[in-house]
Ligand binder design. Structure first.
Ligand SMILES: [Mn+2]
Length: 332
């Protein structure tokens, strides 16, 4: 059974009514494979239904997901182009603040605004939403558009895009957000269009440069334990990026290594970025809700994966963030 079947069917019907019109599909800033995969697969679905679809994002894509743009072009956000569209669809985020220029545009716009997402606490500005926190990924919800409408519209590029989002947002199918319907979606994509999964893993996870590996080595070397080994922290100060000629997005996913330590329940990475400290938090246990934790630091996300910001400096960020996390640990 797919998640939110009725809402997906209704939204699919509304979107099909934009035949021969223009629909923009936008995704969150600092994009990941789930938001770009969702955009690509939804734009291809819209195109099959003769809707003129456009995909926009404010930022450039990390090297390991750039190939998704060969399946549907994701262009730099243009306010003029957004203004020409008849409706806007927001994927993999539920608040205008996550969407940069498109979010600001939407707050002033009277256009119909649609939203498809799996994060908690949606804003109430949208005309029609599919908001399901139990879904493994936004890509799993987008798969529903194909499955519940006409699975013969699914083609290999769309399936590859959906798989990229599903595999990354589930930590390669290990998080507790993975359900039977997650695996069923993948199985159907394999049957239906001959999706090959191994090459996608390779493109996403094995496309690293030696510089990225050197960056990882330096950052892993900074590991510290707090609160009797229940919380692990990692640090990436500005100098490690200079030394290895890398960028903050080269650290994608590294925070999870903190959770690989026995008895650790939560991990945080502190990344120095433009004089602020970016926080990325992960939990592997119901004892720690990192969404609640991150909300104390201008952020949020999911119970087991969230992000936030601290004004800095780094040392102060570590102190403040660990002390909030410790309180949460002790409240249980
Ligand atoms: Mn997602």
């Amino acid at each position: 059974m797919l998640k939110n079947e009725d809402k997906i069917k209704q939204l699919a019907k509304s979107l099909k009514s934009y035949k021969n019109k223009k629909v923009a599909v936008v995704s969150h800033v600092r994009p990941d494979a789930d938001c770009i995969g969702s955009q690509v697969a939804l734009c291809r679905w819209l195109t099959k239904h003769k809707v003129n679809a456009f995909a926009f994002n404010d930022d450039s894509l990390a090297g390991n997901i750039n190939w998704l743009c060969d399946h549907f072009p994701v262009k730099t956000t243009s306010l003029n182009k957004l203004a020409e569209c008849d409706a806007i669809v927001f994927v993999d985020g539920n608040h205008p603040s996550r969407f940069g220029l498109a979010g600001e545009f939407a707050e002033r716009s009277r256009k119909p605004l649609f939203m498809i997402d799996h994060h908690p606490g949606p804003a109430d500005m949208f005309t029609h939403t599919v908001s399901d926190t139990s879904a493994s990924s936004t890509c799993e919800l987008i798969y529903g558009f194909y499955e519940l409408d006409d699975l013969s519209d699914l083609d290999l590029p769309a399936a590859e895009a959906l798989y990229a989002g599903i595999v990354t947002d589930t930590g390669s199918f290990r998080f507790d957000s993975v359900s039977a319907s997650t695996h069923e979606a993948v199985a159907k994509m394999i049957h239906k269009v001959g999706l090959k999964t191994e090459p996608i893993h390779r493109r996403i996870y094995d496309g690293k440069t030696i510089n990225q590996l050197q960056l990882m080595a330096k950052v892993l070397n900074s590991v510290e334990l707090h609160q009797n080994g229940k919380i692990a922290s990692l640090r990436a100060n500005a100098s490690v990026f200079r030394e290895t000629m890398t960028n903050y997005y080269d650290l994608e996913g590294i925070v999870s290594y903190g959770l690989a330590i026995r008895d650790v329940k939560a991990a945080v990475i502190f990344t120095e970025m433009d004089s602020k400290i970016k926080l990325s938090l992960r939990s592997n246990s119901d004892d720690v809700d990192v969404n609640v934790w991150a909300r104390e630091f201008n952020g949020g996300g999911h119970a087991r994966a969230a992000g936030g910001w601290h004004e800095g400096p780094l040392e102060k960020a570590v102190q403040d963030v660990i002390s909030v996390g410790s309180r949460q640990l002790h409240h249980r």
